[in-house]
Ligand binder design. Structure first.
Ligand SMILES: C[S@@+](CC[C@H](N)C(=O)[O-])C[C@H]1O[C@@H](n2cnc3c(N)ncnc32)[C@H](O)[C@@H]1O
Length: 550
């Protein structure tokens, strides 16, 4: 039982203030269990905490077993449901018995939670929860640097490299390998980079195989004082975050480009670099970069300046994308749009360092569904959250109860869909990418499916850009969208769900791909079919209810 007593305090709110999970576990002298076991259990239980909390709340476990605290219950139920060995405590331990007597009910709630989320199998749900492989294809710590960790449930976690995008407006790959990375050994294997312990920064560099002008070095490599970083020749940008601009392919003939939600501007500067590489001619399309938040827009302006991208980009500080009239100049000339709206940020790697946990509440989540014969409690629910409220940027979505999380995801996806449907209105637009750094299907596949089924998509001929139509590096990327999640939100029979899932691109955090959790999909249309003039004559009249409800 000591494993659970060691792990439980690490799940409590504010425990992050004492440093990252890794440092708290591995630097503490007071634990009885092995740090590796504690770390694995806390990481896994926190990853699954939105689902586990839902299960615990709906089963009324905390009302029925008063001795259980919410953090201990989360850990015990995790092991009971998700590990082969079950709860690691003597079989007569009262807390072990307290969860085991509800095993059937907890399993039934797990099945219900899975079905509510639209997953046919627990494996599909596991993918959604950003599991990192089944452990069989990962080596154990034997004989290697020992910085990947496996839990008893067979899930593991790979460390994250430092990704570096060479900014081709100011430099190129050969020049950077010759100067900034002089003396570095080039390795074909990204895994070699990942295997170095977090504290060691040997001079090794890996050139990425998917995104041009991208390389990886060990995490501990400090480039922040290097001349190349200070001059904007290199930009520290996660691999996944480079996918949208690369996938969008802004081109010289394709009209102007609009980055709808631009700050702090990593993707805007990437778009500028791609257009810079495309043509050095004077007649280069413009990039418009909108940022609603004026404070965040100032970081956009700084990055544009540092990266030398200001000559390509017209920054619109304080511009709300939704207030743009697509039919009016200069917006009527937009041919490609990059849409990277506010999201839950649940895929961001730093969130692991400061643990995000959803703890179950003592009150039952839905008293009508939980018909306990032993104790019937009066509903103690607060009023339903206002799901229409547009979410704030950067708030930590996972510091919420499971119901709050669902409500927040619903609000986010409504907002994200609204932005995407607005993008569909631009009369000359031919390509759009939609991306989030979220792991949740609600913000990803569900938004894509609802957008494809919308009336504006059908009127304007918007379709998903199929895998075989994508740029080579994105075609080659093997982690694709979740077909169950696409099926879950399919309301238009004419859409081929399998094609859409295959077209969507996902990145998982903690895998040996070395990325953060991320999602991107691209949409295309042939505007010749309908005729640009005809489209431009159609005035945009704002959103109808059916647009956003679709
Ligand atoms: C995920 S961040 C974008 C990150 C950026 N694409 C990058 O790669 O650096 C989302 C941004 O969208 C902005 N935003 C949210 N709603 C917006 C809107 N309606 N119009 C314009 N910007 C918006 C937020 O203020 C935030 O800065």
């Amino acid at each position: 039982m000591s494993l659970y007593y060691d792990a439980a305090p690490l799940l409590l709110p504010n425990s992050n203030q004492a440093g990252s999970l890794k440092s708290r576990v591995f630097n503490s002298k007071g634990h009885k269990s092995s740090p590796k076991q504690i770390f694995a259990l806390v990481s896994e239980a926190s990853k699954w905490s939105p689902v586990l909390s839902e299960i615990i709340e709906r089963s009324q476990l905390l009302q029925l077993e008063r001795k259980l605290s919410s953090n201990i219950a989360l850990l015990l139920v995790h092991d009971l449901l998700f590990t082969k060995r079950g709860v690691s405590a003597p079989s007569s331990h009262p807390l072990r018995l307290a969860v085991e007597r509800h095993k059937a009910r907890l399993n039934a709630e797990l099945t219900k939670a899975r079905l509510r989320k639209g997953f046919a199998t627990i494996e599909a749900l596991r993918t959604q929860m950003n599991a990192t492989g089944d452990g069989e294809d990962q080596e154990t710590n034997d004989g290697v640097a020992g910085n990947e960790l496996e839990s008893e449930s067979g899930l593991g976690q790979w460390p994250h490299p430092r990704w570096v995008r060479v900014n081709t407006i100011k430099s190129n790959m050969d020049e950077e390998l010759r100067t900034t990375f002089a003396g570095y050994k080039t390795t074909e294997s990204l895994e070699e980079i990942l295997r170095y312990p977090p504290s060691s920064a040997p001079k090794v560099v890996h050139v990425d195989k998917h995104v041009p002008n991208l390389l990886a070095v060990p995490r501990a490599t400090d480039l922040s004082k290097s001349p190349a970083y200070l001059n904007g020749q290199i930009i520290l940008q996660d691999k996944a975050s480079c996918f949208p601009a690369y996938l969008l392919r802004p081109d010289v003939e394709g009209g102007d480009c609009l980055d709808a939600c631009a700050a702090p501007g990593n993707k805007t500067t990437h778009l500028a670099a791609i257009l810079h590489d495309e043509s050095r001619a004077a007649s280069r399309p413009k990039i418009y970069a909108c940022e609603r938040d004026k404070d965040r827009a100032s970081s956009l302006l700084t990055l544009l300046q540092t990266a030398g991208a200001q000559k390509y980009v017209v920054a619109k500080a304080g511009q709300d994308f939704l207030r743009i009239d697509p039919g009016k100049a200069p917006w009527d000339g937009i041919g490609t749009l990059l849409l990277d709206p506010s999201c839950s940020g649940s895929g961001i790697i730093g969130r692991d360092e400061t643990l995000s946990v959803v703890l179950p509440r003592k009150e039952a989540s839905d008293p009508l569904e939980v018909q306990s014969k032993k104790r019937k409690r009066k509903p103690t629910r607060e009023t339903t959250p206002n799901v229409q409220r547009v979410p704030e940027e950067n708030s930590n979505i996972e510091d919420k109860s499971s119901d709050q999380l669902s409500a927040r995801l619903a609000a986010l996806s409504t907002f994200q869909l609204k932005l995407l449907l607005h993008a569909f209105h631009f009369p000359k637009a031919r390509r759009i990418t939609y991306s989030t750094c979220s792991i949740y299907a609600e913000e990803n596949e569900h938004v894509v499916m609802r957008a494809l089924g919308s009336s504006i998509a059908q009127e304007r001929g918007w379709q998903i850009s199929r895998r075989e139509e994508q740029v080579s590096g994105m075609r080659a990327w093997t982690i694709r969208g979740n077909a169950d999640a696409c099926m879950d939100s399919a309301n238009d029979k004419s859409i081929n769900v399998a094609d859409v899932a295959e077209a969507c691109i996902r990145c998982e955090k903690g895998t040996k791909e070395g990325t953060q959790g991320f999602f991107v999909a691209s949409f295309v249309r042939q505007i010749g079919n309908l005729g640009t003039d005809q489209l431009m004559d159609q005035e945009w009249e704002g959103f109808s209810d059916s647009d956003s409800a679709n």
